[in-house]
Design a protein around this ligand. Structure first.
Ligand code: ATP
Length: 236
């Protein structure tokens, strides 16, 4: 069953159109990735789904409801959560205060203590550093915190923009491992990634976006074997 559906969405900034009828669908409980070159419109897609940018045309359905015109906070209440590119942490606040800020939806506030414990189990490093200011942590730790803050919102669908950007390979492996754990918890994930190889390796299904349109889609394993994908995105 599809939990999130983006149907024929077009949008852009001012006069400049970026998405040209983008259509994609997330199957519940699966990990789906959205890849493509710089400027293809991946971030724009996530921002439109979240409600930070309005679709000019087309619709977004979440959990069977048309949410195309809902603001971001209303979608977060329904269980749609975005971990934005560049993390956007509260750098002067501690790790734990940042996690608290993630627990804004009503259902997440109710289960705050349990969710905090779960997040600390997943990321022991964050537990050790719970009183440290977020801005003084390493890039990898900050990315962990950004994902953990997203989990604190108790999402049904978690969208992550550029999980691996700027991180050392060893940290990237750890974070990708976390995605598998989230999947086991039944969280549906939409992952935007520059690292196409890693993204396809962990995903169930993938979309390739080019110039604001879906150019290619399929089971991740098949995309990895696709000649065009290998030549254009995997450098093979
Ligand atoms: P990247 O990995 O480089 O972020 P992307 O696929 O996520 O690529 P987007 O961030 O969605 O791409 O950007 C698509 C296009 O929209 C780019 O040409 C970008 O310059 C433009 N764009 C993004 N944000 C804005 C904005 N706030 N105002 C005007 N143009 C923007």
């Amino acid at each position: 069953m599809s939990i999130l559906e983006i149907r024929n969405v077009s949008t852009g900034y001012g006069e400049v159109q970026i998405l040209w009828g983008t259509t994609l669908s997330l199957e519940e409980g699966k990990l789906t990735c959205l890849v493509g070159s710089n400027g293809a419109g991946k971030t724009t897609t996530l921002r439109t789904v979240m409600g930070l940018l309005k679709p000019w045309e087309g619709q977004v359905f979440f959990d069977g409801k048309d949410v195309s015109r809902l603001p971001a906070h209303a979608k977060a209440e329904m269980g749609l959560v975005l971990v934005p590119e560049g993390r956007q942490l509260f750098t002067d606040m501690t790790v734990e205060e940042n996690l608290e800020m993630g627990a804004t939806p009503r259902h997440a506030r109710l289960h705050y203590a349990q969710n905090l414990e779960r997040v600390y189990e997943m990321f022991p490093r964050l537990k050790e550093r719970r009183s440290q200011k977020a801005g003084t942590m390493s890039g990898g730790e900050q990315q962990m915190l950004a994902v953990a803050r997203g989990i604190m919102a108790e999402p049904k669908v978690l969208m992550i923009d550029e999980l691996s950007l700027g991180l050392a390979p060893v940290l990237v492996l750890g974070l990708f491992e976390t995605l598998r754990e989230l999947k086991k918890l039944g969280i549906t994930i939409l992952l935007v990634e520059q690292n196409v190889q890693m993204a396809l390796a962990v995903s169930d299904y993938g979309y390739v976006l080019a110039e604001g349109k879906v150019a290619l889609q399929g089971p991740a394993r098949e995309l990895m074997e696709d000649e065009h994908v290998r030549a254009a995105y995997l450098g093979l």
